[in-house]
Design a protein. Structure first.
Lengths: 99, 217
């Protein structure tokens, strides 16, 4: 299982509470695993994905990675244009009025 | 032991249409930086908060209008569900309203943390109860049925791949690539260093690359 040491909320678990927290976390194991032998992406691809100016020659040899990330970029781009459904703000204000 | 998540077992290979020619000069804009609010907007937020605290409840709608979209995208990116994202947004803004007097500093960073914690709580609960959550209620915006099928699969596959990541990696990836935030902005919102966040995004990319490349290469 890939532990998440970066989550400050889980990192705050005290030693006394840790066994219980571990026991509660057990059932999720199967859905939380990712392969650990992930091949490193070339630095040029990371730089390109970070929005840096990267000369074409630096990406030579990483055509497969670039092609995949272009496809992923289409989907993340679609998500980045998502807007809150129009009824949600009104619903929130209506609930506040009921309080 | 290294194991592949069961959600990946059984994936069928799909022959993809011709590989798109690479054009490095016109890449898909994976990263579009969303600027941090300027000082005058932060002051404007405080002015609205003062109005709400003085009894003008409707003024809270200004804050909802101003910040709901990036927060909705965060919740959707973290949960993969439009319905859940809506619920988290509602609960978070209602909680923010009731604790508005506790805001110190930037309202947008404060309310972001409420939403981010709401997402993590939801993820923790849904994993604990072993619920399988799938939905397909997003409106179509594709030009042809073939394009819709192709991109619809990527949408589901990306959701599945993101769900296999630890929360902190998924969070960093979504903030960078879906919300389009700069590393500096992420550092403020997550109270982490730029270097640590770059590392999280890099690890998330490499895990996603590994999970998706067999299917899409």
């Amino acid at each position: 299982m890939m532990h998440d040491p970066l989550d400050s909320r889980t990192a705050d678990v005290t030693p006394a509470a840790a066994p219980r927290a571990r026991a509660e976390a057990e059932p999720q194991a199967m859905d939380r695993e990712v392969p650990m032998d992930a091949r490193e992406l070339p630095n040029a691809v990371h730089a390109w994905l970070d929005g840096d100016q990267v000369p074409s020659v630096s990406l030579a040899g990483a055509e497969r990675e670039v092609a995949l990330w272009k496809r992923i970029g289409v989907e993340t781009g679609r998500r980045s244009r998502m807007a809150t459904p129009a009824h949600v703000p009104a619903q929130i204000l209506a609930k506040l009025a009921d309080d | 032991m290294q194991r592949i998540p069961k959600v990946w077992v059984g994936w069928r290979k799909k022959a993809l249409s011709a590989t798109r020619a690479l054009d490095y000069t016109s890449v898909v804009p994976v990263n579009q930086t969303e600027p941090a609010p300027p000082d005058d907007l932060i002051d404007a937020d405080q002015a609205v908060i003062d109005r709400v605290l003085a009894g003008d409840r409707n003024a809270f709608g200004i804050l909802i209008e101003r910040y709901s979209d990036p927060l909705y995208r965060h919740a959707y990116g973290m949960t993969g569900s439009a319905d859940v994202a809506e619920d988290i947004l509602q609960v978070s803004f209602i909680k923010a309203f009731h604790h508005l007097g506790e805001v110190r500093g930037r309202f947008d960073a404060w309310v972001f943390r409420i939403v981010a914690n709401g997402c993590k709580d939801w993820l923790k609960n849904i994993r604990r109860t072993h619920l399988s959550y799938e939905e397909d209620d997003q409106p179509s915006s594709f030009e042809t049925p073939e394009e819709e099928l192709d991109r619809g699969e990527m949408r589901r596959d990306l959701d599945t791949a993101l769900s296999a990541l630890p929360d902190s990696l998924r969070e960093a990836f979504v903030m960078k690539h879906v919300e389009g935030r700069s590393y500096e902005e992420m550092a403020v919102l997550l109270d982490a260093t730029v270097g640590a966040l770059k590392m999280r995004v890099h690890r998330a990319r490499e895990a996603l690359q590994k999970l998706l490349e067999e299917r899409y290469s």
